[in-house]
Ligand binder design. Structure first.
Ligand code: 6PG
Length: 241
C-alpha cells in the first residue's frame, strides 16, 4: 500500500490526474471504474480543464464503482455528476461509457451490469479485471456502496450487488469485493477532515479496522494507492513524524 499526501484538494486533483495519464499511456484500452459522491468533482474538473490533451480518450473506457438508484438526470446521480464535471468536457467516444442504469430495477440492473463486466473486461483469474478502480470513502468507512451494516456484500459471489444507504434507505448498485480486489490497480481519493478518523483506523490497522468496508480493499496485485489531502491524513501516525 502506498499513501500519498498533498496539502489540499487541488494538489490531490493535479497529482492524481498526472498519475492517471501515466497509468493509461500507451494502453490499447484502459478500463476505469469511477467513484461517485462529491470528492471526484474537483478531480474531474482539473483533469478535464488542465490535462484533457494529455489523455488518449479514445482508449479510455468508463464504468462506475456504484450508482444511486435514481434517474440519470437526478441530482443524486453519479453519472450526472461525471457528465457535468468530465464527460461533457472531453472527447471520449459515447461507446466507451458504460453507465449503471440507476433508473432500472436495482436487482435486475445489478445482474445486467455484472454480466456487462464479464463481457467487456479482460479476465484475470477467471474474473473481470479493471485496469484501475477509483474509490472514495465515507465518514463511516464505507467504500463504493458497501456500507458497514452490509459488509457481507463485500464477499458476495456476484460481480455487483444491491445495497441500502444506512440513513436514507436509498438503493444503490455496487461493485463487490471480488471485482474491486481483482483490479490491476486500486486508488482511494479521500479528502477532508471528516475522513481523518477512519483513514487512521484503516491505514494504521487499529483495533476494529475490519468493521469498515474500505479496510477490505486489498488488490491481489498489491497495487493500492491512497491519495489524501493533509486534512484527511492529519491523524496518521506516519504523518505526525
Ligand atoms: C457514492 C460513492 C461513495 C463515495 C463516498 C464518499 O456514490 O456515494 O461512490 O462510495 O465515494 O460516499 O463520498 P464523498 O466524496 O461525497 O465524501
Amino acid at each position: 500500500m502506498e499513501v500519498k499526501v498533498y496539502q489540499n484538494k487541488i494538489k490531490v486533483a493535479e497529482e492524481f490526474s498526472k498519475y492517471l495519464i501515466e497509468k493509461s499511456a500507451g494502453q490499447e484500452a484502459f478500463h476505469i471504474a469511477l467513484s461517485g459522491g462529491s470528492t471526484p468533482k474537483i478531480v474531474f474538473d482539473v483533469l478535464a480543464d488542465e490535462f484533457a490533451n494529455d489523455v488518449e480518450w479514445s482508449k479510455i473506457h468508463l464504468y462506475w464503482g456504484d450508482e444511486r438508484c435514481v434517474e440519470p438526470d437526478d441530482a443524486e446521480s453519479n453519472y450526472k455528476m461525471t457528465v457535468e464535471h468530465l464527460i461533457s468536457k472531453v472527447a471520449i467516444p459515447e461507446g466507451n461509457i458504460h453507465r449503471i442504469k440507476g433508473e432500472d430495477d436495482p436487482k435486475a440492473e445489478a445482474k445486467r451490469y455484472g454480466d456487462l463486466l464479464d463481457k467487456e473486461l479482460p479476465k484475470e483469474l477467471g474474473l473481470p479485471q479493471f485496469d484501475l478502480v477509483i474509490l472514495g470513502m465515507g465518514d463511516d468507512g464505507h467504500t463504493a456502496s458497501i456500507f458497514p451494516h452490509e459488509i457481507n456484500l463485500w464477499v458476495s459471489p456476484d460481480n455487483c450487488e444491491v445495497a441500502i444507504h444506512p440513513e436514507s434507505g436509498q438503493r444503490r448498485v455496487s461493485l463487490t469485493g471480488r471485482i474491486i480486489n481483482n483490479a490491476k490497480t486500486v486508488t482511494f481519493l479521500v479528502t477532508g477532515e471528516s475522513k481523518a478518523e477512519k483513514v487512521k483506523i484503516i491505514i494504521d490497522r487499529e483495533e476494529g479496522y475490519l468493521e469498515y468496508p474500505a479496510s477490505h480493499v486489498s488488490p491481489k496485485t498489491k497495487d493500492l494507492v491512497w491519495f489524501l489531502d493533509a486534512a484527511a491524513a492529519k491523524l496518521l501516525t506516519s504523518f505526525q513524524s
